[in-house]
Design a protein around this ligand. Sequence first.
Ligand code: ADQ
Length: 461
Amino acid sequence: MRRLVIVSNRVGDPECEVTGGLTVCILDGLRERGGMWFGWNGEIVDPEDGIGVSCTRCGNVILVTMPLTEEDYQEYYLGFCNGALWPVHHYRLDLARFTQENSDAYRRVNERFAEALAPLLTRDDIIWVHDYHLIPLAAALWARGARNRIGFFLHIPFPSPDILMAMPEHEWLMNAITRYDVIGFQTKTDQANFCRFVCEHMGGEMVRGEVLRVAGNTLLAAVFPAGIDVDSFAAMAATPEAEERIEWLHRCGEARVNIIGVDRLDYTKGLPERLRSFKRLLELYPQNCKAVTLMQIAPPTREEVKAYADIRRELEALSGEINGQFGDFDWTPVRYVHRNVPRNTLAALFRGSQVGLVTPLRDGMNLVAKEYIAAQDKANPGVLVLSRFAGAAEDLEEALIVNPYDADDVAHAMQRAIEMPREERRARHAALLSRVRQHNAGNWMGSFLRALDAPAHPLAA
Ligand code: ADQ
């Protein structure tokens, strides 16, 4: 089996307890076949102190990391990755900021990563690059003589061509991305958007199935939906400690029904829209007053980006407004928790909540939707209310699918979930669970690596 090299902006920490599902899955895969994980270590250093690599060995896995300088952090990470690529890929052109310094920094950091990684590669390694921070890495490795099979997985959506074309750097980025041998997308929609761009704007052609030819390169562009480790998440939700937490939740909560939302505090997750929908639920169905609570867990991220600070203020104002208008001394309608929660606590909270509210305005996949399903008690499961704009909605058809921009639509779905008879809940949950099992984390990783391990397509010669 060839050695696996994973490259991502951040390197997973094998010792970290809050580490999520995909990181654990990648680490397991690396341990199984031996390999290297390369990326930023999260540190910011003075360039005069040197920006060399550090290596840590964990069994047969080597973690190789590099720091960034303050300038890199501001321009590459906050500026280009999270201030331009992230909003464009999530259809938020209004929030995108494009500057020459930021795009130069993006090229610079990718070149530096390639410069440090190339000498560590052996001829037979297969290289799997993750996400939008590293689109030009394959081209930069090629320029340094690497002739390995290199794959790329995009965790976020791929927008329609007219949205992407608003980005000043789009031609350069598209030329760079087509240097990969395998490109993985979360959904058919993302894959179709990518293929449309290549065929309509770059003179490319589909040569067979999911194989594309463009500018002398032949590549596979396929769908590999990200998933979770269903059994381990389900087991976490059903331990005696989890039972105790659930009992505690029901004892200390004033309400009969708990609705839960868990998201990073990001404008793509539709949190203000979600709170407005909850307000509509209380207005349209006043019988829910003192009977229903929305628990929203939203830890802060990327707070240095203005749009993220704005969303935090908006959310705090909205939850205060709803609690002020509807709350009473014996009932707080919105409980807003602004921090990270250990995964076993999350699993218990999911199981103890009758409704899972996952309503992003746009999302690559959304693993919270899958975790909510995995955590339920099969005999008496809760109901998932899911945005049609989450990648997960392409598969999870038996959820109550909603338009997150339409507060009344989401409010009606919440009410339907609250009133849904047990038999219907069980039937929907069984169907959803089998879909979540089918597209689990192991299958995601296994199918991508099989595509990457396969010999180069004959047309590539
Ligand atoms: P995210 O948008 O970060 O990443 P998402 O799918 O929403 O990913 O998963 C977030 C993970 O963080 C889940 O495992 C969740 O349990 C955990 N989490 C969220 N809030 C938490 C909290 N308060 N405490 C502890 N854990 C918390 C990107 C894309 C997604 C895509 C994933 C995977 O944006 O669309 O699904 O990658 O490919």
